[in-house]
Design a protein around this ligand. Structure first.
Ligand code: HAM
Length: 420
């Protein structure tokens, strides 16, 4: 096979027809289940203003500091969206969605872009689906978000995940925790990894996320953020845990779980899968009670999560779960000669009108090649027509699976098809 002259960019992949049925399955499942949870879909542009993402996610976050795809055109700065929480908040403010009344319960799915080093489960263009609730500070919202995330995994058949849960409190408690953490780490500063040393001053919480071996002893002995929570944060966190227990959703508390973006407050969580290798997070999210105000709106508490769709598929593959139906077509019309071909073209709409799929050869191939093609397309029935059949007005109607056939008028064929 000749090498392609042009290829996709590093970390960006085509989704080919052979894979598309699992995407359709997952997309349909998300639409259906989101409707049951009474969430509404929101679609925002692929590109946003760079400033929104920088302000929203934080200058020091990994995404902003090294992973955004951005460019300018004229006076404007564009960024390919690396996530959808900040864009959804932007849309909420810009379109005055608060005026619709009640909490806004929104969901989305689509491509995101991060200039990361590609590896299994990590792409530069990848897909997320996610939920955001804007306008509720109630623990019920946190728990509904988590329940949806688990519910989708359950529906698919991914049942071996671990829900990790933490509360990172409000900015005041976080600041006092940061100081305590720095005091704890300082005596061992020289022994810490280079990345952690860099994070020490500006972003010490991220040190807790370090995978470097030399950092582990200091992380394991570090003070925990939950000891620094205000009474209010503590009681919110307890409510979340209580409701999760009521729903029989198991969780593991992880006091060192800190998320990558600056906008998080209070509840933080991740859904971890043992089937993903190094990139083990299927989904993640939490509260971001200050973000709406931070980017120009009225104070509005909010909570959400997003899951990586490619990562869900990787987990499915590891677990032997096949999503989506197999490729098939209901009817393939096999023709011999130009008159039969003309007749065939005219029958296709009649079959499709019955809600069935129908196709025929597009290449003028022999009858034998057309039958082979019908098998390759996994046709359930074939209608075979040549000059004789045309003259007699009766056509061979073949059940491809049973290898049985009979001669029928087109009206009878349509009647037979109507009952399948
Ligand atoms: P995140 O943890 O950055 O959170 O991403 C959520 C999920 O997207 C991850 O758990 C992972 O499954 C998937 N993901 C992230 N990066 C990649 C990548 N490079 N390749 C493949 N999959 C990836 C957020 O994006 C937040 N906006 C979630 C949120 C919503 N928080 C509140 N509301």
């Amino acid at each position: 096979m000749a090498q392609a002259k042009y290829t996709t960019h590093l970390g960006m992949v085509d989704i080919l027809p052979d894979e598309i049925r699992k995407w359709h399955y997952l997309e349909n499942l998300i639409h259906e289940e989101a409707a049951k949870f009474n969430f509404e879909e929101i679609r925002t542009p692929i590109m946003e203003q760079t400033e929104l993402i920088v302000r929203g996610l934080g200058q020091l976050s990994d995404i902003v500091s090294k992973e955004i795809f951005s460019f300018s055109r004229g006076e404007d700065n564009y960024v390919l969206r690396p996530e959808l929480t900040a864009p959804v908040v932007r849309a909420y403010i810009q379109n005055h969605l608060d005026q619709r009344g009640g909490s806004q319960k929104l969901y989305y799915m689509g491509p995101m872009f991060r200039a990361e080093r590609p590896q299994k489960g990590r792409q530069r263009q990848f897909h997320q689906f996610g939920l955001e609730v804007l306008g509720s500070s109630d623990a019920v919202a946190d728990v509904e978000i988590i329940a949806f995330m688990i519910h989708i995994c359950d529906k698919i058949g991914i049942k071996n995940t671990t829900l990790k849960l933490n509360s990172i409190g409000n900015p005041e408690s976080r600041n006092s925790y940061k100081e305590a953490l720095k005091t704890h780490l300082k005596p061992n500063f020289e022994k810490m990894s280079e990345v952690s040393q860099k994070r020490f001053e500006k972003n010490p919480l991220r040190i807790l996320d370090s995978k470097e071996e030399e950092d582990q002893p200091f992380i394991e002995s570090a003070p925990v953020i939950t000891d620094f929570l205000s009474d209010e944060s503590f009681s919110h966190y307890n409510k979340v845990k209580e409701y999760l227990a009521d729903l029989e959703i198991p969780f593991e508390e992880d006091p060192y779980l800190v998320r990558g973006m600056d906008y998080y407050t209070e509840t933080a969580f991740e859904l971890i899968s043992p089937d993903l290798g190094a990139q083990d997070a299927l989904a993640g999210g939490g509260r971001y009670d200050l973000l709406v105000e931070e980017i120009g709106g009225q104070p509005t508490p909010a909570v959400g999560f997003a899951a990586g769709m490619e990562r869900l598929f990787i987990a499915c593959e590891e677990l032997g779960i096949e999503l989506g139906s197999e490729k098939k077509v209901d009817v393939y019309i096999v023709t011999l000669g130009e008159a039969a071909r003309k007749w065939g073209v005219a029958q296709l709409p009649k079959i499709r009108e019955k809600g069935l799929s129908a196709t025929m050869d597009y290449k003028g191939r022999s009858m034998k090649a057309q039958m082979k093609d019908a098998n390759r397309e996994n046709a359930q029935f074939a209608i075979i027509v040549g000059e004789n059949e045309l003259n007699e007005g009766k056509f061979t109607f073949r059940d491809m699976k049973e290898s049985e056939e009979e001669l029928l008028t087109m009206d009878d064929i349509i009647k037979n098809l109507s009952v399948i």
